[in-house]
Ligand binder design. Structure first.
Ligand code: PBG
Length: 323
C-alpha cells in the first residue's frame, strides 16, 4: 500500500484523464443572475463598485432578459430601487411598484426565464432597515405582514418564486400562509435562511441604495462566528415551509453550506455576494489574478461544498465561458 505503487498523479497526467474523474462540474443551469431595477426611464447606470453590473429601468429590460435567456441561464433575481422611500417601505408592496412592474415586463418579453424576487424592505425604507421601526428598534412582528404583502404582490404580478432576505423570525410562515390563502400554493419560497451580518455586502448597498441610516443589521442578521445557529435558522425555515434554503455569503461560509447540505434534504442555494464579486474584479483589473480562472474556481468550490444553485453576478460571464 502507498507509494511507490500508489501514484495519484497517474490520473492527472492528461486533460482527458482529468476530465474523466472530475467530481464537480458547474453548469449554466445552476446559476441565477441578480438584476437591479430602478425607477425612471432610459436608465442604464453602471454600478462603479461592481464592474459589469448595471441598474436598469424597466424599459431597458427587454434586451437584457433576452440575452440572459439566450445564454441558457434559468433564472433572474430581482431587486428594486424605488423613486421614493418612507418609514414603512410602501413601495415594496405597491402592486404598481418597480419590481411588480418589472415582473410584468419580463414575462411579456420572455416566457422561459424564471423570475425570482428578493423580498425585503431595506431598499424601500427611508431608514434602510429590513423591517419597520418602533421606538428605535426593528419590530419583528409588525414587519411580517408587510413582507407577506410584498411577496403576495410579486406573485400576483407573475413572479415564479419569492426569496425573503430580511431575516425577521417567522417570515417564511407568514409568507406561506398569505400565498396559500390567495391560491398561490404553487409558488415556492427560497429563504435566505442563514444570512450573516457581513462586510461582503458593501458594494450591494451602493447598487441598491440600501445602507442603513443608523446602526447596523446585527440585531437580525447572523453573527459570522456562529455555525450551529445556522442549522437552527435553516430548520425553522423548513418547518415554516421553505422550499429551498440559502446560505449567504458563500465564500467565507463554505463550512456552513457543507453542514446544511449534510443535515437537510432540501435544495441548498448559496449567494456569491457583491463583495466576493468586486474583490475578484478589482484584483483582475489590476492584473494580479486571472479573473475568469478565479471565478470558475470559486463557483466550483461553492458547488463542491454542497450548493445546488448559486446566485452570482458572475452568471452571465460564467455562462459564456461554459458554453
Ligand atoms: C436585502 C439584501 C442584501 C443582499 C441581498 N438582499 C443586502 C443586505 O442585507 O444588506 C446582499 C447581496 C449582495 O451583497 O450581493 N436585505
Amino acid at each position: 500500500m502507498g507509494f511507490p505503487r500508489d501514484r495519484p498523479r497517474r490520473l492527472r497526467r492528461t486533460e482527458p484523464l482529468r476530465r474523466l474523474i472530475r467530481e464537480t462540474q458547474i453548469e449554466v443551469a445552476d446559476l441565477i443572475y441578480p438584476l437591479f431595477i430602478t425607477h425612471g426611464r432610459r436608465t442604464r447606470e453602471a454600478i462603479t463598485s461592481m464592474p459589469g453590473c448595471c441598474r436598469l429601468s424597466i424599459d431597458e429590460l427587454g434586451g437584457e432578459v433576452r440575452e440572459i435567456r439566450d445564454l441558457g441561464l434559468p433564472a433572474v433575481l430581482l431587486f428594486g430601487i424605488p423613486e421614493r422611500k418612507d418609514e414603512v417601505g410602501s413601495g415594496a408592496y405597491d402592486p404598481r411598484g418597480v419590481v411588480q412592474e418589472a415582473i410584468r415586463a419580463i414575462k411579456a418579453e420572455v416566457k422561459d426565464l424564471l423570475v425570482i424576487t428578493d423580498v425585503c424592505l431595506c431598499e424601500y425604507t427611508s431608514h434602510g432597515h429590513c423591517g419597520v421601526i418602533q421606538e428605535g428598534e426593528i419590530d419583528n412582528d409588525a414587519s411580517l405582514g408587510l413582507l407577506a404583502q410584498m411577496a403576495l404582490t410579486h406573485a400576483q404580478a407573475g413572479a415564479d418564486m419569492v426569496a425573503p432576505s430580511d431575516m425577521m423570525d417567522g417570515r417564511v410562515g407568514a409568507i406561506r400562509r398569505v400565498l396559500d390563502e390567495h391560491h398561490l400554493s404553487q409558488i415556492p419560497i427560497m429563504s435566505y435562511a442563514a444570512k450573516y451580518a457581513s462586510g461582503f455586502y458593501g458594494p450591494f448597498r451602493e447598487a441598491a441604495d440600501s445602507a442603513p441610516q443608523f446602526g447596523d443589521r446585527r440585531s437580525y442578521q447572523m453573527d459570522p462566528s456562529n455555525g450551529r445557529e445556522a442549522l437552527r435558522e435553516v430548520r425553522m425555515d423548513i418547518e415554516e415551509g421553505a422550499d429551498i434554503v440559502m446560505v449567504k455569503p458563500a465564500l467565507a461560509y463554505l463550512d456552513i453550506i457543507w453542514q446544511v447540505r449534510q443535515s437537510f434534504d432540501l435544495p441548498v442555494a448559496a449567494y456569491n455576494v457583491s463583495g466576493e464579486y468586486s474583490m475578484v474584479k478589482a484584483a483582475a483589473g489590476n492584473g494580479w489574478i486571472d479573473g475568469s480562472r478565479v471565478m470558475l474556481e470559486i463557483l466550483t468550490a461553492i458547488k463542491r461544498a454542497g450548493a445546488d444553485l448559486i446566485l452570482t453576478y458572475f452568471a452571465k460571464e460564467a455562462a459564456e465561458l461554459l458554453s
